[in-house]
Every structure is written in C-alpha cells, then in structure tokens.
Design a protein around this ligand. Structure first.
Ligand SMILES: *Cc1c(COP(=O)(O)O)cnc(C)c1O
Length: 219
C-alpha cells in the first residue's frame, strides 16, 4: 500500500474533530511530500535538527509538531516555525520556550507531557508534579505560550488492560486540570499506530501515527 492509501485508511477511521499527526521522524522528505500531496498537513518529528532540515525542504503551510524529548538548548532551532511542542516535560523547558517564542514574536502551542506508563524510561511529569506546577499559576506569566492540553505515551505492552489503565489515568488528569485553563485547553494527545483505536475510546482528540502510515523506521 502507498503512503496515500495508508493515510486515507486511517483518516477514514478517525471521528470528526480528531487530528492526525503524521509522525515522520527518520523518514526522508520525499515520503513526507507523498503524505502532503495526499492532503496531510500536520507532521510530527522528534529531533530538532531533522525537523529544521525538513522545514527548509517542504511546503510552508505544514504545521510542525515536536513530539520527542526536547533539550532546552535546542528550542531556538525550531522556535521560528514550530506550531506545537507536545513533549513539554519541565518548567525550565517552558521558560525557554516562552523566551524563544517572544524573541520570534510568536505564540507557540504546547502540550504538557505526563508520565502514567509503567516504564521509567518514558519522560514527562508525574501526575502529582504536574498538578502542583499547574496550580502554582506559573503558566499565567507566559504570554507567548498557549497550553492546549496533555500528551502521554502509554505503556509499551500487549496487555490491553494496562494500556486502558494508562489512558483512563491521563483522561482523568485532563478533566481535573481543565478548570485551571481557558477554552484553548481542548487537546488530549493519546494514541500511536498500535493503540490509537483504544485511545479514541478514551477521548483522544489528537493521534500521533508513524509506522502505520510510513512503514518501519530505519534508525
Ligand atoms: C515515534 C512516536 C510516535 C509514533 O509511533 P508509531 O508507533 O510509529 O505510530 C508517536 N508519539 C511519539 C511521542 C513518538 O515518539
């Protein structure tokens, strides 16, 4: 199947209003262009250098989403053009995004990444740390950042019960934190190639899908 066929097969299964981030990390620009030609406009990348290089090569109306762990010293590389950073996992990173967005006269949208999975390797705030940070009101002092919601990666397992537990957990946290934000806080980014049909049951509004569109990545 072509990229276009796979893309449309997935789009056909997404409820109205659910956004698809085509996760294109490690794939060459030509593959992204195929998806673009099939109508896709949101692309997710995990490495700043790679995203910046693809931004230079591909059409200007692409919405670039940073989905991988971002070091604070790399924010400036993508701040001039990135639409959303969905892997925001520390206060220091937020402060640097605010600084770089201001320097570029832009507003950058972010998702707060929470850690609910079993693996310690996954990044993100613990739910308690995140609640404390949001309640501190620090985000109110960030005029160049728009907090759109939460992101998480579920435990990597064949045990569907554990995946459901993780999605329920992030959904509860999303509902709980909502009252601290305005109506822009409307995005729950959950679901990847293997688990997005389950994520949709838990209210996902943004799925991040790579392998099911572009095939296996070559690292
Ligand atoms: C790589 C990645 C994805 C896409 O994973 P697939 O299994 O290829 O769909 C989604 N989200 C994040 C944060 C990723 O790093």
């Amino acid at each position: 199947m072509s990229v276009s066929e796979r893309l449309h097969k997935i789009l056909d299964t997404l409820p109205e209003g659910v956004k698809l981030v085509a996760v294109s990390k490690f794939h060459p620009a030509e593959r992204l262009q195929e998806a673009y030609d099939a109508g896709q406009r949101i692309f997710g990348e995990s490495r700043p250098q790679e995203m910046a290089a693809k931004y230079e090569q591909l059409p200007a109306d692409i919405e670039w989403h940073m989905i991988g762990h971002l070091q604070t010293n790399k924010v400036k590389m993508i701040a001039p053009f990135v639409a959303m950073i969905s892997s925001v996992d520390s206060e220091r990173l937020i402060e640097e995004i605010e600084r770089q967005a201001a320097r570029n006269n832009r507003t950058i949208e972010i998702l707060l990444e929470a850690h609910v999975a079993d693996e310690q390797t996954k990044s993100g705030w613990s739910p308690d740390e995140l609640k404390a940070y949001v309640a501190s009101g620090a985000l109110a002092a960030m005029p160049h950042i728009r907090v759109r919601g939460l992101m998480t990666i579920a435990t990597n397992t064949d045990n569907e019960g554990i995946i459901r537990r993780d999605f329920q957990h992030i959904r509860d946290l999303f509902e709980e934190l909502k009252s601290h934000f305005d109506s822009n806080f409307d995005t729950l980014s959950i679901g990847m190639s293997d688990d997005y049909p389950i994520a949709l049951e838990y209210g996902s509004t943004m799925v991040r899908i790579g392998t099911a569109i572009f095939g296996a990545r070559e690292y």
